[in-house]
Design a protein around this ligand. Structure first.
Ligand code: ZN
Ligand code: ZN
Ligand code: ZN
Length: 276
């Protein structure tokens, strides 16, 4: 508001506004409040090193769908890739955390030694004790820590930059696309290949139609998401690069194909002959 007043006094003073992810609604609100008609310089907020997976099925069960987390922790212990599991409510965070803890038993601790500092899993939301919140924040930031899997609400995140998160799991609905993309984008801040997986139990909110489209898995997930962040004054052609990506020519000699489509999303991966 005060910026709008200042700009009234100094109409010719240059001003610059910056954002990592902004959609049309937020852009309109901000420019209206600031009484501003800016020149837009923007790129779609892509995160090319994150593979976008969507798991669609009829029914979702924590103990069935997240069993791979338990299996991974049993196999790899403190070498399991650092993983964030986001859920919408504190209750669901507790449910997932309780499931993991029960299924793992002593294996919920590094070297099966049940000392609090050896915890491989933790949870975070507004109602967990201050002591656990502090421990979790310190340990998720520490590359040497035993902590591998953090189950959390949206409460975790603001201002915390953890570079080496290899997997983000989004369990169930998310309030809107901006939050969804920010949460998925917590994976691979160090630029290394990472995965973000959505289990779309249900959808909600202003962007419900978009979430439903992603859930249908007929169009590239990345394209649908990035399209949401194209501002009206921007050329839609900034997303053409997604169409130009070459599929694998069946020349790859490893078990896992590394072509641009196989690294993109669940939908594109399906279109690669390697993975047919
Ligand atoms: Zn794709
Ligand atoms: Zn291939
Ligand atoms: Zn491929």
């Amino acid at each position: 508001m005060e910026t709008a007043n200042l700009r009234g006094i100094f109409p010719n003073a240059p001003a610059l506004g910056l954002s990592a992810t902004v959609n049309e609604k937020v852009f309109r609100d901000v420019t209206k409040i600031l009484n501003w008609d800016p020149v837009i310089v923007a790129l779609p907020p892509d995160r090319p090193n994150i593979f976008l997976d969507v798991v669609t099925k009829r029914n979702y069960h924590i103990s069935e769908d997240l069993k791979w987390v338990v299996d991974g922790l049993v196999d790899q212990g403190s070498c399991f890739p650092k993983t964030l599991i986001f859920a919408q409510t504190k209750g669901t965070v507790n449910d997932i955390h309780t499931y993991l803890k029960k299924a793992l038993g002593r294996k919920a601790y590094k070297d099966m030694t049940p000392d609090p500092d050896n915890r491989l899993i933790s949870k975070y939301h507004g109602k967990v004790s201050e002591g656990l919140q502090t421990w979790t924040l310190e340990n998720i930031l520490n590359p040497e820590s035993a902590l591998r899997v953090l189950v959390t609400t949206v409460a975790f995140g603001m201002g915390v930059n953890v570079p080496d998160i290899r997997m983000v799991v989004q369990w169930g609905k998310c309030a809107n696309m901006l939050t969804f993309w920010q949460q998925m984008g917590r994976a691979g801040r160090d630029g290394l290949f990472s995965t973000a997986i959505w289990y779309p139990k249900s959808t909600m909110g202003d962007d419900k139609d978009l979430f439903e489209e992603i859930k249908a898995k007929t169009t590239c997930v990345r394209k649908l998401i990035l399209n949401h962040f194209i501002l009206p004054e921007q050329e839609k052609s900034v997303l053409d690069f997604l169409e130009r990506r070459e599929p694998c020519q069946l020349m790859c000699d490893s078990d896992t194909c590394a072509c641009a489509r196989c690294k993109c999303c669940a939908v594109c991966k399906n279109q690669c002959d390697c993975n047919a």
